[in-house]
Ligand binder design. Structure first.
Ligand SMILES: [Zn+2]
Length: 371
């Protein structure tokens, strides 16, 4: 029955009618609030590229978590900024690590709040990668280095002696870089042990849900076995199953001080072009024992969320990442968009795509609006 009998606008006439036929409802109990915990006391340091998001010392994190919980947010996910970093990510798994300390305090001060622990090594590694790095010198003669450099050098027209000197200097330094080149590789299997050790240590400190975000192959299975052996067979795993190598993580790296010192994360995080591969990643994590799965980032990957919802029966989470947050905040600060409206619209879109759990820096603000 088409127009004029059918008029879809009939049900859009008033707010009450629109609310009655609303298909996607947001409630604060879908939200997980990320917290960045740092050493010290009374520390509340705003992240430059994420206004409204802070590095918090344990005491301040407790206050922040109390506030979120009182607004109806059921869970927080913890990231740590350790005192020091090294090549084996000691800060991730030591008994008195920063997240371990925060977990103990939060368990004590905010009972009933679900504590998720992000499990990765990048924040604790001096090189900023998510696993153990194997470095091998790339054996190359000076002649070969020169050849490589000249092959990729661009032709520049020089007008003056000064420009000529600069151009020569540049080529020479590129040549030296080539000759010194070191090949880096992330050692997948060696990293699993550290990830498993971190998971057990976090659970021992009071973390309720282990959330590995490193994207090493086989890590869910390794973590499951380690948890079971340590007597934590009731601790669920929320796997960052489809985590894409994304430019949207930029502000997070400032917040968590986890920028890789060389190279990038494309050899372990997923290529943003691949949705079928994302389904394989998820499938494997489920086989290895994941209890819940996650897609990250959210807004640029809504189709991946929808595909995962269609295909898998597990609870599905999505992470509205730092870049998504920063874009909305920046535009709102310029009065280019209506902040609250875009914030809620972005969250509804993630829910509509199929995620029932949303990790978001807006957890508190959105819960306040919904309350
Ligand atoms: Zn990482």
């Amino acid at each position: 029955m088409a127009f004029p009998v059918t008029r879809l606008r009939r049900l859009r006439r008033t707010g009450e009618l629109r609310n009655l036929v609303c298909e996607t409802r947001l409630t604060p109990d879908a939200f997980v609030y990320p917290l960045f915990v740092c050493p010290g006391e009374g520390v509340r340091k705003e992240v430059r590229s994420m206004p409204g998001v802070f590095n918090l010392s344990v005491d301040e994190a407790v206050k922040e978590a109390e506030e979120a919980h009182a607004l109806g947010v059921p869970a927080v996910i913890l990231f740590g900024l350790p005192d020091k970093k090294d090549e084996v990510a000691t800060g991730a798994w030591e008994e008195n690590g920063i997240v371990q300390r925060a977990a103990r305090a939060l368990k004590r001060e905010v009972p009933g709040l679900i504590l998720m622990g992000d499990v990765c090594l990048c924040e604790y590694m001096s090189h900023g990668h998510c696993g153990i790095v194997k470095a091998t010198p790339f054996a190359q003669s000076l002649g070969a280095a020169a050849r490589d450099t000249l092959k990729s050098a661009r032709v520049v027209v020089v007008q003056s002696e000064q420009e000529k000197a600069t151009a020569i200097e540049k080529i020479a330094s590129q040549m030296a870089d080539h000759a010194r080149r070191i090949e880096f590789e992330i050692d997948n299997d060696a990293s699993l042990e550290l990830l498993a050790r971190t998971s057990v240590s976090l659970t021992r400190a009071g973390i309720d849900i282990i959330a590995p975000s490193d994207m090493m192959d086989g890590r869910v299975g390794a973590i499951r076995r380690a948890l079971d052996e340590a007597g934590f067979s009731n601790t669920p795993i929320l796997s960052y199953a489809a985590k894409f190598a994304s430019g949207f993580y930029g502000p997070f790296r400032e917040a968590a001080d986890s920028t890789p010192q060389f190279g990038d994360r494309r050899s372990y995080q997923m290529d943003g072009a691949n949705v079928r591969e994302a389904m394989r990643e998820i499938e494997l994590d489920i086989e290895e024992g994941a209890d819940m799965i996650m897609v990250k980032p959210a807004m640029p990957y809504l189709d991946v969320i929808a595909a995962a919802r269609e295909r898998f029966e597990l609870p599905l989470a999505a992470y509205q990442v730092s870049g998504e947050y920063a874009m909305i905040e920046a535009a709102a600060r310029n009065n280019w968009i209506d902040r609250e409206r875009v914030m809620m619209e972005s969250l509804v879109s993630i829910r509509r795509a199929g995620a029932s759990i949303i990790l978001t820096y807006y957890a508190k603000d959105a819960a306040r609006l919904l309350g």
